[in-house]
Design a protein around this ligand. Structure first.
Ligand SMILES: Cc1cc2nc3c(=O)[nH]c(=O)nc-3n(C[C@H](O)[C@H](O)[C@H](O)COP(=O)(O)OP(=O)(O)OC[C@H]3O[C@@H](n4cnc5c(N)ncnc54)[C@H](O)[C@@H]3O)c2cc1C
Length: 468
């Protein structure tokens, strides 16, 4: 073996929630494992510019709202104000401590972190180029591609980090803009709209499709729009932006809505219209790895068309979520180790939006259940009738269960309201266990809890909710 050559059983390129979990699992299975990462710290988008920092900002926003509302619970709080510098420091501390956690997991499990840019360099070979250093050749019979995604912009509109922002820029803001237009009302756009509205910016949310959170059941998008409007967020759905202009004072957008022209102005524009898979410069040319619109084509074991090369996470055309990436990583390396893991059921992936109020769902939407020919029964129970929600004074929203009539099976669960993103785990368990509504009814929910709404929604499917 030459000085710049090293050997591993499996090499993972990328250390996001897909890559680092794959590496830890591979090491648990006894494989000599390396992770290649080109960023200074492991953890990927999720940890550095995605899930973790946004949720830290959302938590700060929640604390601010709670402090503002404290009086209604008989608690007098004076001088409530936002300290954006301190919020940023808290967010950065949270991110760093999580990144250290990933490094600890690597150490504990004997995973080697190779700093640099990785690419395939022939069968069973990965080339790692450290910043400014000499390339290292890694001989590795199994390779997992986990390079994630990058921000997608609008054609002809350049991010400048000041007036026209990406989600990365919006995490780093040093001053609070008086007004902000958020373009794109998927989970990321809605979360930033929620954060900045809580902080005190005047927020306008613009979405091309007919409703916000367009990937969720219509019932959720419609109700969330109402709730955001109550918070003073202006929402324009079905709105096509035709031009964006910036000047020293701000941004001006020309748009079309329902056949009429619309002009929108704000100090800043946040573009949150999605991400693109990072599959360039990975040495895929001339290999059996096939791309479809930039995404790597894989089978249910996450195998690409190239023998012993797997792909997971945001570079494959499945839901772009951290927990999906992690599970795909586990499937890939378990298969690489010769095990026979269960294929992922992509109909049973929880999807969460951590706005105020929160939204969470799992399973089939009403529309999709009907499209698949199910005889659907729906049970909805409002938080306004739940004792704990009254205690919290968070009465907006509901739990909604989509069930199948003949077998009583739970097909989908949708929640809008306080702690929806935690409560959805009961729905996850229900779908995973192929639960019936009858079994959810038999499960005793503690009182007073928000989870009681789940039992009541199951009762509502049977037409016998108690508190409604
Ligand atoms: C603002 C925002 C909020 C989000 N919030 C949530 C949320 O709340 N919940 C959720 O589930 N998902 C959320 N997501 C999505 C989530 O972040 C992604 O789905 C997830 O990070 C994908 O994981 P991954 O491992 O595929 O890739 P990534 O996390 O993108 O990691 C890929 C890693 O590979 C490295 N890399 C790339 N190319 C190379 C190379 N050639 N050599 C070496 N290293 C390389 C990158 O530096 C990066 O560290 C959010 C995303 C954004 C942008």
């Amino acid at each position: 073996m030459g000085a710049s050559e090293t050997r591993f059983d499996v090499t993972v390129i990328g250390s996001g929630p897909g890559g680092y979990v794959a590496a830890v699992r591979a090491a648990q299975l006894g494989m000599k494992t390396a992770v290649v990462e080109m960023a200074p710290l492991p953890g990927g988008t999720c940890l550095h510019t995605g899930c973790i920092p946004t949720k830290a900002l959302l938590h700060a926003a929640d604390v601010l709202e709670t402090a503002r509302d404290a009086q209604k619970f008989g608690v007098r709080v004076q001088g409530v104000e936002l300290d954006l510098d301190a919020v940023r420091k808290y967010k950065e501390k949270t991110v760093t401590s999580n990144a250290k956690g990933v490094e600890y997991l690597f150490k504990k499990n004997g995973v080697t972190l190779l700093a640099g840019r990785g690419r395939l360099a022939g069968r069973g070979r990965v080339e790692v180029t450290p910043p400014g250093g000499k390339p290292l050749l890694v001989l590795s019979p199994k390779v997992v591609l986990a390079t994630g995604s990058a921000i997608r912009g609008l054609s002809g509109v350049l991010f400048d980090g000041e007036r026209i922002l990406s989600s990365d820029d919006a995490l780093r803001m040093k001053a609070l803009p008086a007004s902000m237009i958020v373009l794109g009302a998927g989970a990321v756009g809605v979360e930033f709209a929620s954060i900045y509205a809580s902080f005190g910016s005047k927020v306008t949310l613009v979405e091309l499709l007919p409703r916000i959170l367009p990937l969720e059941d219509a019932a959720l998008g419609t109700e969330l729009e109402r709730a955001l409007a109550k918070r003073g967020i202006v929402v324009h759905t079905g709105t096509r932006v035709e031009s964006v202009r910036r000047d020293d004072r701000g941004v001006r957008l020309e748009a079309q809505k329902a056949g009429a022209s619309l002009r929108l102005e704000a100090e800043t524009l946040l573009v949150a219209v999605g991400r693109r898979p990072l599959t360039e410069n990975l040495g895929l040319e001339g290999t059996g790895v096939r791309l479809d619109r930039g995404f790597v084509v894989v089978d249910t074991m996450m195998r690409t068309g190239e023998p012993d090369v797997y792909a997971i996470g945001d570079i494959v055309p499945t839901q772009a979520l951290a927990h999906v990436a992690s599970h795909e990583g586990i499937v890939a390396v378990e298969h690489a180790a010769g095990l026979l893991p269960h294929a992922i059921d992509y109909d049973r992936i929880p999807s969460c939006t951590y706005s105020r109020p929160e939204v969470a769902s799992i399973g089939l939407s009403e529309e999709e259940a009907r499209r698949r020919g199910h005889d659907v029964v729906i049970g909805t129970f409002p938080f306004s009738a739940v004792g704990k929600a009254k205690i919290l004074d968070e009465r907006a929203g509901f739990v909604r269960i989509i069930a199948e009539k003949k077998y009583d099976e739970v097909l989908g669960v949708q929640i809008l309201g306080p702690h929806a993103t935690e409560l959805i785990s009961e729905g996850t368990a229900a779908l995973s266990l192929e639960a019936t509504c009858a079994s959810l009814i038999e499960a005793i929910h503690a009182h007073p809890t928000l989870a009681e709404a789940m039992g009541e929604a199951a009762l509502a499917v049977h037409g016998r909710a108690i508190h409604m």
